[in-house]
Design a protein around this ligand. Structure first.
Ligand code: TXA
Ligand code: MG
Length: 327
């Protein structure tokens, strides 16, 4: 597919800008929208052409399905079939950073391309006033992956989006840094019962508490991940990432947590949270990975981050960023 260059307009997310972006979406345009997790690259989920343009702009493999964003459970019911567990989770966490993978409803209007041909669909009701206004003004579900080039870390600022997608999309609605800084938690509610497909901004413990029982874990098959985008090296920076470091060598950049990293006249050091706060660390993670990568260091030494609560998702993203390329 040849892609003609687009004029990318990066603007503050005023009501006028949201209205113009919604009009662009109705015409098949591509709009980077702020959400409470990360910036998403939105298109009309009911249009094959618009959804195809998302894959083209990101360089994303078409076997990797997209999340359809809606206002809430009423709108979601048109597209996915809710069992009792899915109802409970939507009631507890929507609007918010939880994505539900459900069997497709007979009335589903989401493009087969957005679903990558699957008979399941990922649905999320975001909790960000701009994303919600955009969905409402467009009057359609919005397919939106994270607004980065495929293989890069997710964008948590409009500037990150611009760096990755200038000339490939129509609008970037700037509403400042993303609140959570980590993508949504993905839970499948299919025949096997609620199953964690991707750790994210809602801690697994909170989901288990809402369900009254633990989540099943996705089987660890590297060849056929249940969330197809979860390939090991999906979030890779250019620099090599060294996990659970206790010291930094002279040629490394440092990704610290709670001031734990000793040593070195390190080239550059960023602390995810000097006070050891996991929510603060999550909000800084992708921006700091980008900044350390841009410092030109060949390697980044990352301090250990506790695995409880949001730490599970932070460690998941760090592991992926450290994985060898080409997997
Ligand atoms: O926080 C988020 O979830 C952000 C914002 C923009 O909403 N979106 C996001 O989208 O992270 P994306 O495309 O980067 O990641 C969505 C993940 C992918 O790994 C994809 O494979 C998985 O969801 N997914 C989508 N539909 C699926 C389905 N039917 N079954 C299993 N996994 C699915
Ligand atoms: Mg992504």
């Amino acid at each position: 597919m040849t892609k003609s260059p687009r004029r990318t307009r990066q603007v503050p997310a005023t009501p006028e800008a949201v209205a113009a972006a919604a009009e662009s979406l109705r015409q098949g345009g591509l709009v980077a929208m702020p959400t409470e997790t990360v910036y998403g690259l939105a298109a009309d989920a009911t249009s094959d052409e618009a959804v195809a343009a998302i894959y083209g702009a990101k360089g994303r493999p078409v076997f990797n399905p997209l999340i359809a964003h809606v206002l809430g459970v009423e709108a979601a019911r048109e597209h996915g079939r809710f069992d009792a567990d899915a109802e409970r989770l939507a009631r507890a966490f929507w609007p918010g950073p939880l994505t539900l993978v459900l069997p497709v409803a007979a009335t589903c209007r989401v493009s087969l391309l957005a679903r990558a041909g699957l008979d399941t669909l990922a649905l999320r009701a975001p909790d960000h006033p701009v994303a919600r206004a955009l969905i409402e003004a467009t009057g359609r579900p919005l397919a939106a992956p994270s607004a980065n080039r495929s293989g890069h870390v997710s964008p948590t600022t409009a500037a990150h989006v611009f760096a990755d997608l200038d000339g490939r999309i129509d609008w970037i609605l700037d509403a400042g840094p993303s609140r959570h800084g980590l993508e949504s938690t993905i839970v499948a509610c299919l025949t096997a019962g609620p199953t964690l497909l991707r750790p994210g901004a809602v801690p697994e413990e909170a989901i288990a508490a809402a369900l009254g029982r633990p989540l099943a874990q996705e089987p660890k098959t590297r060849d056929a991940p249940n969330a197809p985008g979860q390939l090991a090296s999906h979030y890779a920076p250019r620099a090599r990432l060294r996990l659970d470091a206790v010291a930094v060598s002279a040629d490394e950049a440092a990704l610290d947590f709670g001031g734990a990293l000793a040593g070195g006249p390190d080239r550059i050091r960023l602390d995810l949270s000097p006070s050891g706060d996991l929510a603060e660390a999550a909000a800084h993670l992708f921006a700091y990975l980008r900044a350390l990568d841009e410092s030109g260091a060949a390697a980044i030494a990352a301090a250990p981050v506790p695995r409880r609560g949001l730490g599970a998702a932070i460690n998941d993203r760090l592991r992926r960023a450290a994985a060898p390329r080409g997997e």
